[in-house]
Design a protein around this ligand. Structure first.
Ligand SMILES: *Cc1c(COP(=O)(O)O)cnc(C)c1O
Length: 404
C-alpha cells in the first residue's frame, strides 16, 4: 500500500448537520403561537409534545412514551418509576458515560458495576456472578454495542431483575429484529446534540407497563393534566398513583418536540447514512497490525454514529503517541481508558463517589478503547481518509514498539 503521510483531515468531529428546514418552520410556528409549555394548548390542539410521544411510541413499537428534559433525566425518572429507594443497589455497566452512575447516585442508590467484555458489551458472566446483589439493572448500550439480549433477559428474568435500558446510542438499533429499548421494562433515550436526533437537550422514555408509565408521567411533572397525553395509560389508572407520586419536574417543551418530529420521520434514512460511514472506517481499519476491530454480531442492527477499536495491551505511552500523531493529522480520537478523565471520557474508577472493586479483565479492555465520532457532516470519502490516517499512524507506532 502506498502511504501518503501528508494527508490531513480537516472535518469537525463535533459538527452535526443543520436542523431540517421543516423542523425549523415547525419551531418558528410554536414560537409564533407563544404556547411553549407542553400543557399550554389551544382548544382541540394536541400539542407537539403529545404528538411526538405518540409518534415515538409507534416508531419503537411500544405502548407508551414520555418526552423529557434530557436522557439523564429519563434514567433518573425510570429508577424512581421502579421505586428504587435510597441505599438500594443498582447493577450497571462499568463501561458507560458519567450520567448513568450519576442518575443512580442522584436517587441515593448505589451503583454496582458489572464488567465489560472485549466486544464492549456487558460481561454476562460477571452479571450472573453479581445477579443476587440487586433487583434492578440499568443496562447501558454504551457506544451502541448491544450484548446478547436474549441471554441477558434470560439471566435477568431468572433472577427477577428489572431492566432499564439506556439507549442513548441505540435509538433505532435492533437485536434479533427487536428494537433496542423494548426488551427491558423501560427504555430511555437522549436527544442531546450528539445522539441520533438533535434537540440540544432532551430525552424520551418508553414502556409497555401501565403502572410504571403512570408513575413516570406523574414524576415528569404532569400535575393533574395526565389526560392530555396521547401515549400514556388510561386516565383511570392514575387514580392509584396520583396522590403518592412526587412531581420531579423534567418535562419537554413544544419547541424541542417540534424539531424532533421531522427528525424522527427521517431516523431510518439517517441510520443507513451512519452505517455507510461506519462500514467504510471499519473496512479501512481491518487487518491493521496491533489494532482490534470490534466484531459486530449477526443478530445486531447497530447505528454507527461512532466507532471504537482496541489497542489491547499497548502501553499508555504508545497509545498517547497514537493519539498525538492522529491529532496532528486532524483525527480526533477519544481514549476512554485514559487514567485521567478528560472531556466526555471517564471510567468507572474515576467515579470516586462509588466504592468499586477492581476488575482486572475489564481494566485491560477499558485501557485499550479508542473512540471516534462519525457525524453525518462527514462524507463517505472522509471516512475512508480517516481510516487511512489511523491505519498509518497505528502501524508506525506499533512497528516502533515491536522494534524496542
Ligand atoms: C448522552 C448519554 C446519556 C445521557 O443523556 P443526556 O441527554 O446527555 O442527559 C446517558 N447514557 C449514555 C451512554 C450517553 O451517551
Amino acid at each position: 500500500m502506498s502511504v501518503d503521510a501528508s494527508e490531513v483531515f480537516t472535518g469537525n468531529f463535533t459538527q452535526q448537520e443543520p436542523i431540517p428546514e421543516q423542523a425549523i418552520e415547525a419551531a418558528v410556528a410554536v414560537m409564533r403561537s407563544g404556547r411553549l409549555h407542553r400543557y399550554n394548548v389551544a382548544e382541540g390542539e394536541a400539542g407537539e409534545v403529545a404528538l411526538l410521544e405518540q409518534e415515538f411510541a409507534a416508531a419503537m413499537g411500544s405502548k407508551y412514551a414520555l418526552a423529557l428534559a434530557s436522557g439523564g433525566y429519563a434514567l433518573g425518572c425510570a429508577l424512581r418509576a421502579l421505586d428504587v429507594k435510597p441505599g438500594d443497589r443498582v447493577l450497571t455497566n462499568a463501561f458507560t458515560l458519567a450520567p448513568v452512575p450519576g442518575a443512580i447516585a442522584a436517587v441515593g442508590a448505589v451503583p454496582v458495576f458489572v464488567g465489560v467484555s472485549e466486544d464492549l458489551t456487558i460481561d454476562l458472566e460477571d452479571l450472573v456472578a453479581k445477579a443476587d446483589q440487586a433487583d434492578v439493572l440499568m443496562l447501558s448500550h454504551m457506544r451502541g454495542h448491544l450484548c446478547d439480549m436474549d441471554r441477558l433477559m434470560a439471566i435477568c428474568n431468572a433472577h427477577s431483575i428489572r431492566v432499564i435500558e439506556d439507549c442513548a446510542h441505540t435509538m433505532g438499533a435492533r437485536w434479533n429484529g427487536r428494537l433496542s429499548g423494548t426488551d427491558g421494562i423501560i427504555g430511555c433515550y437522549s436527544t442531546q446534540t450528539y445522539k441520533h436526533m438533535n434537540s440540544g437537550e432532551g430525552g424520551l422514555l418508553i414502556s409497555d407497563d401501565p403502572q410504571v408509565m403512570a408513575r413516570a408521567v406523574m414524576l415528569s411533572g404532569s400535575y393533574m393534566l395526565y389526560d392530555r397525553h396521547l401515549a400514556a395509560p388510561d386516565p383511570a389508572l392514575f387514580e392509584g398513583v396520583k396522590y403518592n407520586t412526587p412531581n420531579v419536574s423534567g418535562r419537554m417543551d413544544h419547541l424541542r418536540a417540534a424539531i424532533l418530529r421531522p427528525q424522527l420521520r427521517d431516523l431510518n434514512r439517517q441510520i443507513d447514512r451512519w452505517n455507510e460511514r461506519y462500514r467504510m472506517v471499519e473496512a479501512g481499519l481491518k487487518g491493521t497490525p496491533g489494532l482490534t476491530v470490534i466484531q459486530r454480531p449477526e443478530a445486531e442492527v447497530y447505528v454507527g454514529s461512532s466507532i471504537q477499536f482496541l489497542l489491547l495491551d499497548w502501553s499508555d505511552d504508545a497509545i498517547n503517541t497514537v493519539l498525538q500523531r492522529c491529532a496532528a493529522r486532524g483525527v480526533e480520537l477519544k481514549w476512554f481508558g485514559g487514567a485521567e478523565p478528560t472531556g466526555f471520557t471517564s471510567r468507572y474508577d474515576s467515579w470516586r463517589y462509588v466504592d468499586s472493586a477492581p476488575m482486572p479483565a475489564s481494566d485491560r479492555v477499558l485501557r485499550g478503547i479508542l473512540d471516534m465520532r462519525l457525524p453525518l457532516t462527514f462524507s463517505v470519502e472522509d471516512c475512508a481518509l480517516l481510516a487511512r490516517i489511523i491505519r498509518q499512524e497505528v502501524s508506525v507506532v506499533f512497528q516502533q514498539t515491536q522494534a524496542d
